[in-house]
Design a protein around this ligand. Structure first.
Ligand code: AMP
Length: 249
C-alpha cells in the first residue's frame, strides 16, 4: 500500500508573525520557513505504518513555490521514499490544494492520504475534508490514534467531549492532531541520503487543475495590542475595579 502525505511550507512556528504594512497578508520575505508541524506528525505516522510492514511506500507532496523542495527534502530526510512538487507561484486556497491532491491520487493510486488537521499559517482546516469529498473517500479527521483492523482503519478523534473512534474502509483520508505521535528528527546521514531521493515536479496545468483563488482576502490586521495593567493597593480596590470598571463580577 502506498501512502501520500501532504506537507506544506509555512512560516516557522517560533517566528513572531508580522503583518504587511499594506494589510494584504503576513510578511514571508526573509522569514524562517519550515514544514507545518501537523504535517511532520503526518509524515511520522506514515513512516510508522511503513515500518510496521503495512505500507510499502511513502510519497511526500508539497504544493507552492520552488522553495517547497526544502520541505520535501525534510520529509525525505525523515524517511519518505520520494517527493512530488507541484510548482506554482499563485496564491493557493484549500480547494485548489485538494483538487491537486485528488489529481495526484488519480495518478499514484495510494490507499491512504495523510494530511495535517490544519496549516498554521491560514488555519483553514479544510483541505483534508475537501479532498475526502472530491474523492468520495471516508475521512478520519483530528486523529490522535490510527490502528489497522479487519482490513480497514480505526481512527480515534479528539472531540470536545473526549474521544470518538470511527472505523474507516480503505482507501481513506486521515488528518492528524497534535497528540498522534512525536515526529522524529532527521539525522545527518539521513539528510545526506535524502539529497539523492527523487522529486518529480508538475505544474498544476499538467494535472488539469486551475488554482485561481475563489475567495478574496479583504484585509489582514494585527490583533489589538493589550492595554497595560495597573497595581491595586487592596483587595477592596480590586473588587471595586472588577465590579465597576471591568464589570466582570
Ligand atoms: P488547511 O486546510 O490549509 O488548514 O491545511 C490542512 C492540511 O492540508 C495541511 O496540514 C497540509 O497537510 C495540507 N496542505 C494545505 N496546503 C498545502 C500545500 N500548499 N502543500 C501541501 N500540503 C498542503
Amino acid at each position: 500500500m502506498k501512502i501520500l502525505v501532504a506537507v506544506k511550507r509555512v512560516v516557522d512556528y517560533n517566528v513572531k508573525i508580522r503583518v504587511k504594512a499594506e494589510q494584504t497578508g503576513v510578511e514571508t520575505a526573509n522569514v524562517k520557513m519550515s514544514m507545518n508541524p501537523f504535517d511532520e506528525i503526518a509524515v511520522e505516522e506514515a513512516l510508522r505504518i511503513r515500518e510496521a510492514g503495512t505500507a510499502s511506500e511513502v510519497i511526500a507532496v508539497s504544493i507552492g513555490a520552488a522553495k517547497c523542495q526544502e520541505t520535501l527534502r525534510t520529509a525525505l530526510a525523515m524517511g519518505a521514499d520520494r517527493g512530488i512538487l507541484v510548482e506554482t507561484e499563485s496564491e493557493l486556497q484549500p480547494l485548489a490544494v485538494s483538487k491537486i491532491l485528488a489529481a495526484l491520487v488519480e495518478r499514484e493510486q495510494p490507499e491512504m492520504v495523510l494530511l495535517g488537521k490544519q496549516a498554521i499559517d491560514d488555519d483553514s482546516n479544510q483541505t483534508g475534508q475537501m479532498l475526502a469529498a472530491l474523492l468520495a473517500w471516508p475521512q478520519g479527521t483530528f486523529a490522535s490514534k490510527v490502528a489497522f483492523k479487519d482490513g480497514g482503519v480505526e481512527v480515534t478523534r479528539e472531540i470536545d467531549g473526549g474521544l470518538e473512534t470511527v472505523a474507516l474502509s480503505l482507501p481513506c483520508v486521515i488528518t492528524t492532531d497534535l497528540r498522534l505521535n512525536e515526529p522524529r528528527y532527521a539525522t545527518l546521514p539521513n539528510i545526506m541520503k535524502a539529497k539523492k531521493k527523487p522529486i518529480d515536479t508538475y505544474q498544476p496545468d499538467a494535472l488539469g487543475v486551475e488554482v485561481e483563488p475563489r475567495l478574496a482576502v479583504l484585509r489582514v490586521t494585527e490583533p489589538a495590542s493589550r492595554q497595560a495593567g495597573i497595581k491595586v493597593s487592596s483587595v477592596a480596590e480590586l473588587v471595586d475595579k472588577l465590579r465597576n470598571e471591568a464589570k466582570v463580577i
